[in-house]
Design a protein. Sequence first.
Lengths: 369, 410
Amino acid sequence: MAQTATPTTALPVSRPVSTVASKKRQEAITGLTFIAPALIILLVFMVVPLIAAGYFSLTNWDGIRPLTRGIISEENPNGAYEFVGLENYERLLIREGSRQEGFFTALKNTIYYVLGVVPVQTFLALTLAVIVNQRFLKAKGFFRTAFYFPSITSSVVISLIFMWLFTSNGLVNLALKAIFPDYQQVTWLNDPNGIIHNFLGLFGITRRSVGDWASLEIASIRLWDWISGPSVTMLMIMILNTWTTTGTLMVIYLAALQNIPSHVYEAAYVDGANAWQIFRKITVPLLRPTTFFVVTIGLIGTFQVFDQIFVISNGGPADTTLTIAYLVYASGFTDTRMGQAAATAVLLFIIIFTFTLIQRRFVSERADV
Amino acid sequence: MRKTLLVSLALAVLALAFGSLVVAQDQVTIRLWGHGSSPAEEAALNAQIAAFEEAYPDIDVELLISPEYDTQLQAAFASGDYPEVFYVGQDKVDEFADAGVLAPAEDNVEDVDDIYPALVETFTYNGTFYCPAKDFSNLTLEYNIDMFDEAGVDYPTADWTWDDLRAASEQITEATGTPAFVVELNIDRWFAFYVQAGGTFYDEDGNFVFASEGENADAAVEAMEFFVGLFEDGLAVTPQDVGAGWAGEAFGQGAAAMTMEGNWIIQFLLDSYPDLNWASAELPAGPGGEGTLTFSECYGVAADNAHPEESWQLVNFLTNREGAMRVAEGGFGVMPARASSADAWLEARGEEYEPFVASSAYAVAPVLPPGFQEFRDTLTNGLVSAVEGNSTVEDAIEDAREVVEELLEE
């Protein structure tokens, strides 16, 4: 045992005198070795699929035909796919029909989702961060952990728990029934009615009473359906997601809050500012770069919402929880149109990329000030 | 001393390795992929495979029961390295055949004449028969005897019509205060009403004619008005409405007096709700006569396959006359695909399940052309919207018809 350990340390090694050039090369090799695992993972799971998605979005591959059969040609009639140019994009965006309807339904649902979740989770994260940052707060550690906890739990598990809570015989309905005996059961997870429709319905405004303009179709979707708002089921998924991501964003805000130098606050106290004024005029403006960051990762995350929908609703009821990311999966695997799915994924990428660019401009403008 | 021991040990190891190598050369491994819905189903399949491996000692069967079966199988197809034998659902067979991953049956299947013609038809695409059905199920009407007694309503019979179903639902709903009928709100149930209203899917030339001009259009509207009417008038609910995962569970819990499900409900109710007092009847007839839906799956054999002969040996073992008898006797409620073992199934399961067999006389498999998933989605969404009052029945059918036209143009 002892014999094997000695040679590496005890043997005198004659080291060549290292030149600057060879030292630099060694450093480069060491550096590359350190980033290699991350780089390889990035290449294999991000860059290659990205290129592949762009490639297949120009084909009519169905996702079933073995790729080993190659491209369809005169010599190879049994190939797996052929190039169709921009047809997939044209079907999704321009040509009237079910693909366009599917894409714009998903776009509509996703936009309602993003508009609902991002502001709420940002506001809640900031509020929570400010609360747990208070000096006088007791059991700070407990609250920080409690708020952060949903973020580190598996989204599938959280979704399942939500399903049990909100099924028609679930805890929520039972509790509501106990408090309000007249309560008419709501099937939270299977209700396709849009909340704006429901709201309008309170004033007697329905599909039948609004007149013919509501039947007008824009991008294969009736105007009345454009203004539906998220469905009740979608609202449930929005609440679920807000709850789980708020914790992560809170931690980011908390770190930023602790970076604000205390002398700024002291100066404000000296000038006689009250707590609200300090928050409004000092904390919020100083947190602006963080807010931009939080909003951006919020946008990216919400545009890509998939797993909660896969577990809870599969895009239903009546396609009201069909999001773009879920549409990618559905058209690739249930409709077996992988080319179409790839084109949808590329469009989603472009949407997110555009939002990120807009956001970057805002940030750099801030930096100039 | 030590050296000779070592040498002999090494020799022994070598001999063992060599020996197993020789055996491995003769041994063929066939991968069989499928999905399971119940422990009983898996146990039945495992018993079949054990019997096969005993009869064919040279063939190893590697069974994979996958929870995300369709996705996993599709990914395997795409890679070009996929199992030799795999389940093919009736809604997938045209797609797989079209993609050329399914080997045609040619004359590899034993006694095709004995398989129900409707099932042979289901697994035939463009005139080529691809695979023998492993088993099948028909939708029937299951009813809760106690709830019928409580409401004082006569039990369903084979002669029931839509009017009888509606009248009984009204009486039971009134007597018990809960909706009488629990049914999934999707086209795999609604199509039964479409067929009962006289609707057809294909014309004589094999063109898809759902809800097209004339009789089919009328049948679609009539069937959807009847079906949606049951929901609108509070006589029917979906399983989700009553907090159940599927209609069988809701029915088992006593949430409703009737449901319409296939053979898979038999073993489920026996296992999960052994005290439930229930029976089954053939589905009621509509204005277009009797009608029900068949659901089935076959054992497909891979087109790119190093062992086609052994693959067909496995498929035949599972589906020939003896295989069908094993399904009948040791199965989990689904019916064997061969007419010759229908009696054995009834004997094994009990005569009270006769309506499941009797329905075969007029059952239709709702098989859509390849790539018609969007049609399914549109029509299902239309059904949901119509029930919610967000769209009219005519709009829902018109939307579906538009999708059909669009898909047929491709």
